[in-house]
Design a protein around this ligand. Sequence first.
Ligand code: MG
Length: 402
Amino acid sequence: MNSVKAAAIITAAGSGSRMKNSLPKQFIELAGVPVFVHTVRVFQQLPEMAAIILVVPAEHLELTERLAARCQLSTSPRTIRIIKGGLTRQESVKNGLNALPAEIEVVAVHDGVRPFVSVELIRDCLQAAIKSGAAMAAVPVKDTLKSVAAGKTVASTVARDGLWQAQTPQAARVSLLKEAYAAAERDNFTGTDEASLLERIKQAVAIIQGSEKNIKITSQEDLVLAEAIIMHDKDGKNSLNLSDNIRIGQGFDAHCLVAGRPLILGGVRIPHPRGLLGHSDADVLTHALCDAILGAIGAGDIGRHFPDTDPRFKDADSLELLAGVMAMAEADGYELVNADITVLAQEPKLSAHFPAMRKKLAGACKVGERFINLKATTTEKLGFVGREEGIAAQAVVLLKRN
Ligand code: MG
């Protein structure tokens, strides 16, 4: 396999007319991510994929590029190329074939709206195509089939033996598939899949047993089924998971208590003989919250974005830093679900200030106050907190895709 250069053409050029949705079905989100992204990610798991071509409607080329960037599809070593599709599936695949690098010998064509395809099925189809020229995924027909006459009455029962439902991937040697497409074009023939074109040039197409899970999402009902498949997919092999949808983060911070500084916690100035030492306003509570949010989006820590060597952040209002951190999360497509924050302080008592702090923090985070929980504890006079040398804070946050 490794010696043969393989590629994938993922067709996502459908108009989605069957969906009661303004956007084509491949852009509908499943677990917070467009369906086509899930599909591409499965193909990106195959090291032998030398090229992945995604064919999309011409009018949605920019949207697709934006979504692909948001979902960081290019962080995989197997990057995708996004090209314009045609009016029919056949034209779209042809565009894909024309865009393949010259060295590609075998190609798997796959529906962008079949996100539950497995790495194994793709590989089995490619290997069978290398061996015999062409192969496709299919499943035996399970239901009894009826031929229906006009007036919607049963004309006959169709023998089910030997009947299979076509799926994708459908893989073929590139030279054969190009030949099949050229023949179809010459004869003005339009087929609904690659196999129907290959059959016309007398190319045998091997059947690879597909999976009932490899569904094509074309209706709202399919989406319900798709959500159920995600929930029950416990083998972890499928790229569909909730990690893109929700993120968790934790933060911890501690500052020294010194004379001659104001004590600011959660953006609120608290009457106390001493305050926290720091380059900014040293709001330890807000810093822990910032770090938790940065952690959730995988963006390091507060020191990386607001270094204490930078004069711009001298005596900075940490609520403004928090708003900046939230803007970063928003740019990544996330919003705060809730935050739970604990302040570790021997003195002073803080609970009376919690309502004011929650109001400020919730404002900076653009959530309702009830989603910001504040707690305070002493350390029973133990350690630096107990000796009143400093105050510490820790925060846990949950973010979700907005
Ligand atoms: Mg700090």
